[in-house]
Design a protein around this ligand. Sequence first.
Ligand SMILES: [Zn+2]
Length: 468
Amino acid sequence: MLGFFHRGECDTLIAFKLDRIARNMLEGGQVIQLLQEGKIRRIITTERTYLPADNVLMIAVEFGMANQYSRDLSVHVRNAIKTKVASGQYPGLAPIGYLNDLSREEGRRTIIADPERFEQVRTLWHLMLTGSYAVPALWRKASDEMRLTTPQYGKIGGRILSKNTLYNVFHSHFYRGWFELNGELHPGSHPPMVTEDQFWRVQELLGRDGLPRPQRKHDFAFTGGLIRCGECGCSITAERHTKTNKHDGRVHKWTYYRCTKKKPGVTCSQPFVEVRELERQVDGFLASITIPGDIVEWALDSLRTENVRDRAVQRETLEAMRRDLEQNETARRRLMDLRLRDLVDDEEFRQRRSELASDGERLGRDLANGDDSSNLWLNRVEGAFCFCKEARTTFADGDRAVKRQMLEFVGSNLILEDKKLTIYPGEFFAGVQKAVENQAWLPLLHDVRTTSLPEWLPVPPQVVTKAV
Ligand SMILES: [Zn+2]
């Protein structure tokens, strides 16, 4: 622009404000120089007109202020991003399953669950969790069966998910409620899609190169630390043997489970147990939690009726939680403000921030679970009750993966001692066991409201057996 004046092609500079002419000191200096030399005869702005005879000091000060303003602006932008990150908002494009909430003003946009895709992506995680799928198979499922596409923002998106994106999904901390920025992990304020445990289990399944771990040659249903020896505490392993009958030449195959007896200096006297015996005992346990079909129907009917009644109360609780969460967000913003003004030191800031973050995370999770929670809860209860109704047949017909999953699902602590498998059921199944034993269903119905239900229900067996 200044070239026109150097060459004498122009002599008047018109601008809205002086700071629009030069954004740095060098340019400002050149303009002043041209004005003093008379090559610029006037500068006209909306506020006043500057002439070669004017005091250049005032003009220099005005340029200086403009320069400082533009520097402050970039600091403001940096601080805005810092504030966003500190309050748990990922300052970028939401990954699939989530959306950037464009209904809010810029700078306050949060990331929300994508009503169209959240459950679809969650299903993919759950299928991954069964350990029966490799990523390419899930990708085919996502693209061919689910027709899962990326969300559309203007001209980008709206395409079938790529295989690579799916790999990234399964590796992304975002889905467990965190986000990564410049190599650092921050707690996010968006609703997590999977639990911590589920996320890390998938990482384990993917292994280092993103491929599911190869199956061992002999894959037994109950090995790998699922059951422990009651005598020495070592894990129970399995062996497969074949024996040919000398008389008729028929081959007899059998599998038995035994203690690994790996503890140094300890002699474990535990005998082996045949797989059929072990499965018979599991079946016995499942029989102890089997609820008759008509009872399941009656129970679910009553719970559904009650559910409608409880909704009003629940709405109030949710309101209170929402207020708590808002307060938490305000506290985080205030803390960030204090930090930016250097009123708290780094150490204190970090500690307080992580406290607030974990509080906020818990509230957010409760709220997400609570939002429409009665329906969600009802679904889980339904799932759990139906599991109890059909547990024995599902186990009998299930393949290795299903059998293992079921055992993991009903009890966390499995002990084998003197050929006897002891299963310590979780809270819900313990209640069921008691109800079945006493044939008293009302207490079960009463307690189920406050019982912690199992974290996730196994994918229905038919999905697992279809797996590749
Ligand atoms: Zn042992």
